[in-house]
Design a protein around this ligand. Structure first.
Ligand code: NI
Length: 295
């Protein structure tokens, strides 16, 4: 037994030395840095680096640049300054501020359509406010988290979408506070204002809610028509500085309308901002009251 072990170890050593002898004279391949379109960097042997470049990576840092009309372009970082002098921006947040603004608002989600609305808003560097319902928050917390991370504002639209005027003061408080907790669990932020379901409230409702109510000045009736043309024309024919526009991120027609409304409003000279930013731009500090617009 011992003899076998000695033979085995001897063989092992012999093979290891010969393996080393074969690999040792090979010179290491030169390494190269490669850059992904989304900002990752890898240091690789040259042959691997070439494979990465063939698959869409670059041999120098690249950056995405943006135009207010929604165009994006991937350019070498070293060339970016040339484009920035020609109407391109490093981030949609850098677009120059306009004098007119409206707040797009989406109620009753988040739903399976919300991500498409978010994609469109993100593409144009536009912001909107989502008045979410507790049951849907708990179904789609990741979508809400994405909305928040894109700089969208989240408003409270109650836990169960009941008509608040039918509830007791404690029922109202519970509908608002429990949904605020769901939203906080998903996003880390507790909303500071509510949109009462059906826009239905009285002064007693407001006192029980103890926070501002955000209504609207343009009702697209998108939930009723389910027709993109109708929603688009409602918004584009009526939008004025300070308006709050009501839509619902529950319908494919509303997604299609959004994809036309966002670039059109931008072309008309509007900034698309959150409810809070609209109030702030108009110098309004919200109290316990109902707000239909900020003019
Ligand atoms: Ni609603």
């Amino acid at each position: 037994m011992k003899k076998f072990l000695v033979i085995f170890i001897t063989l092992l050593i012999t093979f290891s030395i010969s393996a080393y002898a074969v690999s040792a004279p090979t010179l290491p391949e030169p390494v190269q840095k490669v850059y992904s379109p989304d900002g990752r960097i890898a240091l690789l042997p040259q042959s691997r680096a070439e494979e990465y470049i063939a698959a869409g990576w670059f041999d120098a840092p690249v950056v995405t640049i943006y135009k207010p009309n929604g165009e994006t372009s991937l350019v070498f970082l070293s060339d970016a300054h040339v484009h920035l002098a020609n109407g391109w921006y490093m981030s949609p947040d850098d677009f120059p501020k306009k004098t007119k603004a409206v707040a797009l608002t989406y109620d009753d989600g988040p739903s399976k359509y919300t991500n498409q609305v978010l994609d469109c808003l993100e593409r144009y560097g536009a912001k909107a406010t989502f008045f979410v319902v507790g049951t849907n928050v708990n179904r789609n917390p990741e979508i809400l988290k994405r909305a928040h991370s894109l700089g969208m504002e989240i408003g409270n639209h109650t836990a169960n979408h009941q008509r608040l005027t039918n509830l007791s003061a404690s029922g109202i408080a519970s509908e608002i506070n429990s949904n605020a907790t769901y939203i906080e669990n998903a996003t880390g932020i507790r909303p500071t204002f509510t949109r009462p379901p059906y826009g239905s409230y009285t002064s007693a409702t407001l006192s029980a809610a103890k926070q501002p109510f955000i209504l609207w000045s343009i009702d697209t009736l998108d939930w009723k028509t389910r027709n993109a043309d109708s929603t688009v024309s409602e918004v584009l024919s009526k939008a004025k500085d300070g308006d709050i526009i009501l839509m619902h991120d529950l319908y494919s027609a509303t997604v299609a309308a959004t994809e036309r409304i966002v670039p059109a409003l931008i072309d008309m000279g509007f900034d698309l901002v959150t409810v809070s930013e609209l109030a702030q731009r108009k110098g309004v500090t919200m109290g316990i009251a109902g707000y239909r617009s900020f003019k």
